[in-house]
Design a protein around this ligand. Structure first.
Ligand SMILES: [Zn+2]
Length: 80
């Protein structure tokens, strides 16, 4: 299973990059969109929460599939 991590306000799961959309303070769930969702190239979303200061992936690439292979986004952004 991929370990999620938050770096500089973006969520990384494996090689997929997600941007935060909103946080629900009631259940402490944070919702994320794949970086390509805004360009309508992908529909993958993710949900995370934290328990005991540990980041837990409630929904990720397995549940919400990407329309593109991983790593693409990260390698592209590193060229900018
Ligand atoms: Zn995607």
């Amino acid at each position: 299973m991929d370990t999620p991590k938050i770096v500089d306000k973006i969520l990384l799961v494996g090689d997929f990059v997600y941007l935060r959309t909103r946080t629900n303070p009631k259940n402490n769930h944070t919702h994320w969109d794949c970086r390509k969702v805004r360009a309508k190239e992908c529909k993958a979303r993710a949900i995370t929460t934290t328990r005991n200061q540990e980041l837990i992936l409630l929904k990720g690439p397995k549940e919400s599939k990407h329309a593109h292979p991983p790593n693409q986004e990260a390698s592209r952004s590193s060229h900018r």
